[in-house]
Design a binder for this molecule. Structure first.
Ligand code: C2E
Ligand code: MG
Ligand code: MG
Length: 762
């Protein structure tokens, strides 16, 4: 502490006492010598008095010295203690003169070491400065304000900043107090460095901004409530959900003060679970109405907010708007239950409802009817007019069917152009028939669809519960079977199910299914039957005849499967395959040394209806390299029935290719002989029904010479089919028949037997 006592000051008592001693000596010497001289005293007495006086002065001087020294030391030590205190304070402490004329404090009177250390000035430098010299110039206004308050209240606390000698800025909390000493106004100023606090505050502010930005930009509603359920934090989404309220309108409020009671009650209930029990409410789906009256789905979670001791301080709530997801789910649900094109119930919904109907019918002993409705030739509409017209037609069909049934009946689109109807509560089967008749009538008229005048009929199959089946599966299967039967009986028709029909239809359906991949499975094979000249027995050529070796069924004849292939349209790919295969085979024969054989290929009326048949024939010739003259097509009279003129045009085009045309199965059809002369054909094949009769003495027998004669007159060659006996052949030869074909000469044979067969003939 003594380092605070200046050594200089310790000379002061010495100086005072020295002055006192000098003065005392002068006085003693002067007074005693002078009185001896004046009054003539004894020199001894005088000297003794001087000695005594001097001794007294010395003694008192000594006493005085120690007294002053003690007092001074005490004073100086107390002052040193104060300084020590000041200098060891971690705050800057200043004492400066009171407010000057300019309203600002006067010069520094005292500063502590901390102030010198922080600001970089020496104490001496400070004592020549004013506080305004160290204040940050930007806080002049604040300084003036603070001084006004100081003047009025005697003290002021404010936040300012000091500038160090080297120009750094130190933020400080300043506490000023006015006081008086010896009548002088002074100011005590204690300044605390708040650099650290400021930094923390800035960090906190930054974190706060970051967090705010984050939670405000999260699309979920986020909020925090205190333990009384009052909101203490909210985000933008939450405010939006509350109808775009301002944060101040919400903070500090309970849900009861913000939401309608029916919502608030539920919210408060959830809050209680969290606040009272410390539990969580996770992913509760709520269907609510927001402040704007918009109905929304919310997925809400509430989690307790706990302190370090597990005490619940409040809760954090997160609400996710899942309205879009819910809408999508509903849409998918509707899509799963309703057909998007016709808006009729889906299969699944139909089955649900129809099962209920069946159960009801069982209980009440009533009838139900399952109607299977299929549009006739719908595919051709799709193929020729496009799918959009097809779609419109299906929509129109749904409407028309709806008009034919009662509201209590159930209906669905089963797929493609198939519809199913379940007629409920029928008293008898006639009611189902009447509905089917209504459907037939409704569809038996042209209708306008997408600007097209369409005439599309429907075939209906009916199965009655419980007669034709007691389960849904049976009823559907049997109604489907009956529908096929209706189609086979000429379409635009309805048909009730019966057991026999089932077998036929099933067999037919199986055949159709098998035909679809018969070619790719290489089950189709061509047999060849020679056509021979009657006059000399020379082979003119072969007829290609199709055989189907169906897996698991063995050989199936064309009479069985060709009608199914025609009905299903599969004859188109199959017929093309036959044409290419037969041409290729004849070319092979040609290359093997048998040129000039004519290959006869049967062309179905369904193939013929397709306008591109001429192109298909041309391509077959081009690709196989067979000369057109070595190919003949066989068509039946049925090609003429649909459109005589169009058929003639096509036949002419075929002839123009250089390909010959035969009229097959002549005599079984309806065309009159008159037509023959207009037909661009080169051969006539008399059906084997006539040949069978040739040996007998019958009317048919008389027909053959007439047909051959007429044919020759029309410049046609005649081929007799199914010649099995020499008698038949002789008769034909007698009637100048040109060619024959039959078991007598050869049965149809597989391709690998043809060459050996031809060789044998040589
Ligand atoms: P089709 O064109 O009149 O063929 C002649 C039919 O008479 C063949 O029957 C043949 O095997 C049979 N046949 C030939 N000689 C005799 C005989 O002496 N006695 C008897 N009883 N029958 C004889 P298949 O092969 O069963 O063909 C039946 C019909 O199937 C054909 O009659 C033809 O209309 C059709 N067909 C055969 N192959 C094809 C083909 O590739 N395409 C088309 N569209 N139809 C074909
Ligand atoms: Mg034929
Ligand atoms: Mg024939």
């Amino acid at each position: 502490m003594d380092r605070y006592i200046p050594t200089k000051s310790m000379f002061i008592p010495f100086k005072i006492v020295a002055a006192y001693v000098v003065f005392g000596f002068i006085w003693v010497l002067g007074s005693d010598l002078l009185s001896g001289l004046i009054f003539g005293g004894s020199t001894v007495v005088t000297h003794f008095s001087i000695l005594k006086g001097s001794f007294f002065i010395l003694l008192t001087g000594l006493l005085l010295y120690f007294t002053i020294r003690r007092v001074m030391l005490r004073l100086l030590r107390s002052e040193a203690r104060q300084r020590l205190l000041l200098d060891n304070m971690s705050e800057e402490v200043y004492v400066y003169e009171g407010l000057a004329a300019d309203g600002l404090p006067g010069k520094f009177i005292e500063v502590n070491e901390e102030a010198c250390r922080r600001l970089g000035y020496t104490r001496e430098q400070f004592l020549n400065m004013r506080p305004s010299d160290i204040d940050d110039p930007s806080m002049v206004d604040g300084l003036h304000e603070a001084m006004k308050t100081l003047k009025a209240q005697g003290h002021v606390v404010w936040e300012g900043a000091h500038m160090t000698k080297d120009g750094r800025k130190i933020p400080v909390d300043i506490s000023n107090r006015l006081f008086y000493m010896h009548g002088r106004q002074m100011i005590l100023s204690v300044c605390i460095d708040i650099t650290q606090r400021k930094r923390v505050q800035e960090e906190l502010a930054k974190e706060h901004t970051l967090l705010r930005t984050l939670i405000d930009n999260i699309p979920d509603a986020i909020y925090v409530k205190d333990e009384t359920g009052r909101k203490i934090l909210t985000n933008r989404s939450d405010l939006e959900f509350m109808g775009g309220k301002d944060e101040n309108e919400v903070l500090g409020k309970t849900d009861a003060e913000v939401y309608p009671s029916y919502l608030a009650d539920q919210y408060v209930k959830d809050d209680m679970v969290v606040l009272n029990e410390g539990g969580s409410v996770i992913n509760r789906e709520e269907f609510v109405e927001d402040a704007a009256g918009v109905r929304r789905w919310l997925l809400t979670s509430k989690i307790p907010l706990k302190d370090n001791f597990g005490q619940v301080l409040g809760l954090v709530g997160i609400g996710r708007d899942i309205t879009q997801r819910k809408l999508l789910e509903n849409k998918l649900l509707v899509m799963a239950h309703y057909d998007s094109l016709t808006s009729l119930p889906s299969r699944a919904l139909f089955l649900d409802k129809a099962n209920i109907s069946i159960a009801h019918a069982k209980r009440t002993s009533m009838f139900c009817a399952m109607l299977f409705v299929d549009l006739d030739h719908f595919k051709s509409i799709n193929d020729t007019l496009g799918h959009s017209v097809g779609d419109e037609l299906l929509k129109d069909t749904a409407i028309k069917l709806m008009e034919c049934v009662r509201e209590t009946d159930i209906m669905a689109r089963w797929g493609g152009d198939e519809f199913v109807i379940m007629l409920n509560d029928l008293e008898d089967a006639d009611m189902a028939q009447r509905t089917a008749e209504r459907i037939r009538e409704k569809f038996n008229a042209p209708r306008m669809v997408s600007g097209h005048d369409l005439f599309i009929t429907a075939s209906v199959g009916i199965a009655i519960f419980p007669h034709d089946g007691e389960s849904m599966e049976e009823l559907l299967k049997h109604a489907d079977t009956a529908m096929y039967a209706a189609k086979n009986s000429g379409r635009n028709n309805f048909c009730f199910y019966d057991g026999v029909m089932n077998k036929k239809v099933v067999a037919r359906m199986q055949m159709e299914r098998g035909l679809r991949d018969a070619i790719s499975k290489k089950e189709m094979v061509l047999y060849y039957q020679p056509i021979v000249r009657v006059s000399d027995g020379k082979v003119r050529g072969f007829e290609a005849l199709l055989r189907w070796f169906k897996e698991g069924n063995g050989l199936i004849g064309p009479d069985q499967f060709i009608p199914v292939a025609e009905e299903s349209g599969l004859i188109i790919p199959i017929g093309e395959w036959v044409l290419f295969e037969a041409c290729a085979f004849n070319k092979k024969m040609m290359d093997a040394g048998y040129p000039g054989l004519i290959m006869s290929v049967n062309i179905s009326v369904v193939q013929f209806r397709r306008k591109n048949i001429v192109d298909v024939i041309r391509m077959a010739l081009e690709e196989t390299g067979l000369p057109p003259a070595c190919l003949e097509i066989e068509v039946t009279e049925s090609v003429l029935i649909e459109s005589f003129d169009a058929a003639i045009d096509i036949l002419n085009a075929v002839r123009e290719l250089g390909v010959q045309v035969s009229l097959d199965d002549f005599g079984t059809g309806y065309s009159s002989l008159v037509h023959l002369q207009r037909l661009p054909i080169s051969n006539l094949k008399i059906d084997r029904m006539f040949i069978k009769e040739i040996a007998k003495d019958s009317e048919q027998n008389a027909m053959i010479p007439a047909i051959i004669d007429l044919a020759h007159k029309l410049n046609l060659r005649v081929v007799a089919e199914g010649v099995e006996t020499t008698i038949q052949l002789d008769k034909l030869a007698g009637n100048q028949c040109d060619f024959f074909q039959g078991y007598l000469f050869s049965r149809p044979m597989p391709a690998d037997q043809v060459l050996p067969f031809l060789k044998k003939l040589l």
